[in-house]
Design a protein around this ligand. Structure first.
Ligand SMILES: [Mn+2]
Length: 298
């Protein structure tokens, strides 16, 4: 019986968790500076890793052991920067280090602002050719600035779309402000709302993926799920997506696109229950399971 390690995703220990051997790397990013409402995102990564120890290694859907390729859990990107820009630069450097080592990067936030650092590192490593971003989220995150900073979690998709010039496809969106609405209309960004998902059960995934080039980055804000499934998040919005809807989208994305890297963000643990962190751990496992299954069928 392998000894479990509570610092490593899924409780893995050597050799499966060794950096040299693992094909996947989970990067904990315990950041929380610009969160606007419920606090606790800085405690998300450790709570998700702790919950992950209870997750079965065999994915019951694709019937693959997600630990087989090896999963390294990197040292957390140390918090401590009041300036979100400086922290995002640290995330960029940590992600670049793992990518340079040939690891498949899975970011684990922390608030959503950190995705900018991860995506920048992926762009540096990916070479020429278009890259899009598939976003699962309750919120547009398309403000130019929020509460005094352009590096807020409420601005992350604006930075990716406007500053980095990446096409985006957003699913689960059910909360945005007037400024974001104007920006979306002017740029022909049409988010897929949960209502649209319900109205078009056979077509919404195709519509979401059709907006994107062949290579994508996947960012899953846990608040894209319905708060009934994922209550532990800073800004829980009613009327969200189900587990099957999100995992169905993820499976199709890994089958039809080259998903270069991915993240899960905005888990803010609730004392006394582990629903959200367990779900987030499962999302990370699904990313590995779907990627491995897609590679095996090619
Ligand atoms: Mn978000």
């Amino acid at each position: 019986m392998m000894e479990l390690c509570n610092r490593h995703f899924l409780g893995l220990s050597s050799p499966l968790s060794d950096r040299g051997r693992a094909r996947y790397a989970v990067l904990p990013i315990p950041y929380e500076a610009t969160v606007s409402y419920g606090k606790g995102a800085s405690r998300g990564p450790a709570a998700v890793i702790e919950a992950s120890i209870q997750v079965e290694y065999l994915d019951q859907e694709v019937l693959l052991d997600v630990t087989a390729p090896g999963i390294h859990t990197a040292d957390p990107v140390a918090p401590g920067d009041a300036d979100p820009r400086a922290y995002i630069d640290k995330v960029h450097a940590a992600a670049a280090d793992l990518l340079a080592d040939g690891k498949y990067l899975l970011g684990l936030g922390g608030e959503h602002s950190i995705t900018t650092g991860l995506v920048r590192a992926v762009l540096d490593a990916a070479g020429d050719g278009p890259i899009g971003v598939l976003q699962v989220d309750a919120h547009g995150d398309l403000r130019d600035s929020f509460r005094g900073t352009r590096w807020s979690h409420g601005c992350v998709m604006r930075r990716l779309h406007e500053d980095l010039g990446l096409p985006i496809s957003s699913v689960g969106i059910r909360s945005f402000c007037e400024e974001e609405h104007r920006y979306m209309r002017a740029r022909n960004i049409e988010p897929i709302t949960p209502a649209m998902v319900e109205d078009d059960p056979d077509g919404w995934i195709e519509r979401a993926l059709a907006k994107l080039p062949g290579r994508i980055y996947l960012t899953v804000d846990i608040d894209g799920f319905d708060p009934g499934s994922a209550p532990g998040t800073g800004t829980p919005e009613p009327g969200g997506l189900t587990w099957r809807q999100v995992t169905g989208l993820m499976r199709a994305a890994f089958e039809r696109k080259q998903v270069l890297a991915a993240d899960v963000v905005e888990v803010a643990p609730i004392v006394g229950q582990q629903v959200t962190e367990f779900l987030a751990a499962r999302v990370l496992c699904k990313m590995i399971a779907y990627r491995e299954a897609a590679a095996a069928s090619r």
